[in-house]
Design a protein around this ligand. Structure first.
Ligand code: ASP
Length: 313
């Protein structure tokens, strides 16, 4: 017997993802990766595990898969290095952990969790964050772990055009894709959690940080309302406090999850020219995954139901 309805949703980024540009083999690869990542979290929830452990497990799976712009598949900075960002939030007590600009951590979401669990801080960055990681037993991974020929070609292309590009977008192509990963979950006890992880933008400079590690922008969870993880043009998500805005619309304007999510993506974000999407689950287990791009890699599963894996709109 299910005690409480539970569920999970994950994303692997949004953008100009067109069926016409996708081979069946490539589509299958993405769908299989999404299915496996979803299963990681869902099986934890089904066994009575916490939403926090479920979102962490799904995001770790996606970070280890080089199809997505997070962990192993992270894009290159202008210096040819990697600077990864991640965050995690517990809806029970609004505990949160976040990390930015780390280069030698295999799973940045695990470090975000460690910061939440073992430090008195919420957000650590760069060398200091890595020092904290070594102190807590994290293994230092070499730069070549993150090397990816395709990503390197993207960097050279972006450099030639002197532009910063979003994930897999080709410089001259009209398409934009955001490959950040994230997960949101509701467990059997009625607790919510969210996590997001990213490599940011190809050719980024000056210590640029996007919305993904910013609590309230790319990630938010509150048991009173919902859990959210965003993907898209980070600068815009930061300016509208996208993730927190969904929760606030539910709490203070009494919107449903679906109404709040749509308002944030199709009104607040679109109005200022931002693009991307988000995934959200509320305390009753409703799931919403709106985006204003052509597609978003996404998957969800509610207790007792079949999984739902989609790419296009
Ligand atoms: N939101 C991420 C950032 O701005 C990018 C993404 O979603 O791919 O860093």
């Amino acid at each position: 017997m299910i005690k409480h309805k539970f569920g999970i949703a994950i994303h692997g980024g949004a953008g100009t993802i067109l069926k016409s540009q996708m081979s069946p083999a490539k589509e299958l690869k993405y769908k299989n990766a999404l299915r496996k990542a979803l299963d990681k979290g869902y099986s934890i929830l089904a066994k009575g595990g916490s939403a926090l452990d479920a979102v962490e497990a799904s995001v770790i799976y996606l970070e280890n898969c080089d199809l997505f712009n997070a962990g192993k598949g992270s894009v290159f900075t202008s210096k040819g290095t990697h600077e990864m960002d991640a965050s995690i939030m517990n809806g029970i007590n609004l505990d949160a952990g976040a990390v930015a600009m780390v280069s030698s951590i295999k799973n940045p979401v695990q470090l975000a969790r460690m910061i939440m669990d073992k430090s008195e801080h919420v957000f650590l960055a760069g060398k200091g964050a890595e020092k904290f990681a070594w102190k807590h037993g994290f293994e230092k991974v070499k730069a070549d772990y993150f090397f990816n020929k395709h990503r390197y070609a993207q960097l050279l292309q972006a450099k030639k055009a002197n532009r910063m590009i979003l994930d897999h977008s080709e410089v001259d192509a009209p398409d934009k894709k955001f490959g950040t990963v994230g997960a949101v979950a509701l467990d059997k006890l009625g607790n919510l959690a969210a996590a997001t992880s990213t490599g940011g933008m190809t050719n980024k400079k000056f210590g640029r940080i996007g919305d993904s590690p910013m609590v309230g922008c790319g990630t938010y969870a509150n048991n009173q309302s919902c859990a959210i993880s965003c993907t898209g043009s980070g600068e815009y998500f930061i300016r509208i406090n996208a993730a927190y805005q969904v929760s606030a619309l539910m709490l203070y304007a009494k919107k449903t999850l679906e109404q709040a999510c749509k308002q944030v993506i199709h009104e607040s974000l679109s109005k200022i020219g931002g693009d991307g999407g988000l995934i959200a689950i509320d305390k009753s287990g409703n799931i919403s995954m709106p985006f204003n791009t052509d597609g978003m890699y996404r998957a969800s599963r509610s207790s007792g139901k079949k999984e739902n894996i989609k790419i296009y709109s």
